[in-house]
Design a protein around this ligand. Sequence first.
Ligand SMILES: [Zn+2]
Length: 337
Amino acid sequence: MTGGCQLPRLVILLTLVLSLARVDSAFAYLKFGYEVNGEARALRWSDAPISYYVSNDAIPSVSVTAFQAAVTRAFDAWDAVPTATVSYRFGGYTTAVPGDADGRSTLGFLHEPTLDRVLATTSYLIDGSTGELLEADIFFNSVFAWSAAEGGGTDRWDLQTIAVHEVGHLNGLGHSAIGETTASPSGRRVESSESVMFPIALPVGDISARTLKADDIAGISDLYPTEDFNRITGSVSGRVIKAGHGVLGAHVVAFDVATGEQVASFTLNTSGQFSIAGLRPGPHLLRVEPLDDADLESFLGADVPIDLRFSPMFHERLVVVPRGGDSGAVTVVVTAK
Ligand SMILES: [Zn+2]
């Protein structure tokens, strides 16, 4: 555990990225995906509750029990979403460490000085023949200074905050692009974010991302929907078109005019199709923008030919999201730049 002056101001929450499921039936959200026997599958758990274990390797500033309490609060944040069925069970402490392929999802610290911009990482173990997700491990890099205090720590990274993001990955969620960054001498600085699944951490000591935002709630509910979910929420779907052709990798954000909440998705195929599920019924404003070119691999993977050459724009009309249904196809036309 070494000093704060060496800390980069921005740290990427890196995930061991599998290829992403670009074309799933709903074109919704960023789900991690993989192919089994030629078939694309979204990464998700088939059984509830999801059991997790805590490595009994502590660091001086965070005891094993404080670690367990902080990560449990992070799991609770996802567990509490009323429109998602996901739930968890603490299985106990273990001498195993994150990354061990033992069939148990293990959370703990590892000392990884070469990963000097990585606070934490989630990795997955999948049965290659059946496609079953066997475990998802989360390691927190003990190179950084951590706090597991319930109120957070001013000059330390908040374990609970980072765990909320990583548990999102453990659930099967990819990154959200709802956030604004600006360039600074040490990299990019996050100005604001409306999703805990934004790939870059807020500044050290910030605990605001302990709380799930509308985008996270829509994402987890889409992946593990309750029976109610599709009945009480609605969706927007359509295409993003430029010069008559579909745009791949456009970021589409739905602003709820009544609440100001934002939920977003991407166009995930060359037809420019998108779908944003889990919206409150009512009028929404759609904004379409290119992804941030400084951080493309965080979202759709390095091998996807994402189109960045168009100007951000608002769709000309408000789109009314019906309760329990879809808006009907919305075509958003963007202009090349
Ligand atoms: Zn991440």
